[in-house]
Write a protein that binds this ligand. Structure first.
Ligand SMILES: Cc1cc2nc3c(=O)[nH]c(=O)nc-3n(C[C@H](O)[C@H](O)[C@H](O)COP(=O)(O)OP(=O)(O)OC[C@H]3O[C@@H](n4cnc5c(N)ncnc54)[C@H](O)[C@@H]3O)c2cc1C
Length: 288
């Protein structure tokens, strides 16, 4: 299919891009890696009159450590995340999640910023960013603001970002010692998208008592969510298989699980519980 016609802009700076977004408002779409937007345009699910390609703006693709946080530029590709030595050492959950996305072509073009703003309910990044308690920096004409990951995902393919704003950076708090993490998913065989995916992070004290825990679940509901009931059940408890098994039963509490040709809502709820248990056990085994 051929997209409907549009005017293309390739700004060279963030202010230039923001001026275009402010000028064209609801009629404009930002283009990053294009691996979600272009299929939507070809299917005419998106018919922007104006496309602002941010791919030529320098300085939006980086992974760095500063002020107790890891900062990631919105244009950083999935492959750059997967292969980053810094992430492998300091936040392996991010490199592991990146490696689980699509295939090598998708990982070479797709960006973390594009995936987060697209907010596909089966995308992998939202689970990891929620589990890690990340923050998203967005910039509009009137200035910048920071949105916590758990406030960013509003509904299926809807986030807290405005059409006149750009996501520029994702910030992840550095993980304390004695933390383990993992991302596990049952993937849809053709695309690699998650039928259900669970990212888990646990921090223990010297007596194996759970100090911090973050669990992000994608694929199960119309938006990725943080499994707060499971987290509350585990925090302050000595983590062992019995405690994990019991807490994981709450992984689908309060959600309306999705149903489609790949999985019924009952099966997705079941997978959420099973993958939460497995992800927590794997995270626990990686605490060091
Ligand atoms: C065959 C195939 C398999 C895939 N498999 C997976 C998978 O297994 N797991 C997975 O998670 N994803 C998968 N994807 C999606 C892939 O990860 C996309 O790259 C990603 O969802 C979108 O990133 P992008 O950079 O391509 O964004 P684009 O397609 O360019 O943009 C997506 C949306 O975000 C907006 N946008 C982009 N960047 C910004 C920004 N900085 N600020 C504001 N708005 C912005 C755009 O306007 C658009 O609405 C797959 C895609 C394909 C084609």
């Amino acid at each position: 299919m051929i997209p409907s016609s549009f005017e293309y802009f390739a700004p060279k700076s963030v202010p230039e891009a923001l001026s275009l977004l402010a000028k064209y408002q609801e009629d404009v779409k930002v283009l990053a890696g294009g691996h979600s937007l272009l299929p939507q345009m070809k299917l005419r699910l998106a018919t922007p009159k104006y496309v602002v390609d941010i791919g030529r703006i320098p300085g939006l693709a980086y992974i760095k450590e500063a002020h107790g946080k890891i900062s990631i530029g919105a244009l950083t590709t999935h492959y750059a995340m997967e292969s980053s030595a810094l992430l492998k050492q300091k936040c392996p959950l991010l490199s592991e999640t990146a490696a689980a996305i699509g295939d090598v072509q998708v990982r070479n073009r797709g960006t973390i910023g594009g995936s987060l703003v697209h907010a596909d309910p089966a995308a992998d990044w939202p689970a990891a960013i929620l589990a890690l308690d990340g923050e998203l920096k967005v910039i509009g004409k009137s200035g910048e603001r920071t949105i916590k990951a758990q406030d960013f995902f509003v509904e299926m393919m809807t986030t807290a970002i405005q059409p006149t704003e750009l996501l520029t950076e994702i910030r992840i708090p550095q993980l304390p010692a004695r933390t383990g993490s993992t991302y596990l998913k049952m993937h849809q065989k053709a695309s690699g998208f998650a039928i259900v995916g669970v990212a888990a992070r646990v921090t223990l004290d010297a007596g194996q008592v759970c100090q911090e825990v973050g669990i992000g679940i994608t694929g199960a509901a119309s938006k990725a969510y943080r499994a707060k009931s499971v987290e509350t059940e585990l925090k302050g408890k000595k983590l062992d298989s019995a405690a994990i098994k019991q807490a994981a039963q709450k992984a689908a509490d309060g959600i309306e699980a999705l149903a489609d040709l790949h999985a019924s809502s009952e099966y997705r709820s079941h997978l959420s519980r099973v993958y939460t248990r497995s992800a927590l056990e794997a995270a626990l085994s990686r605490v060091k």
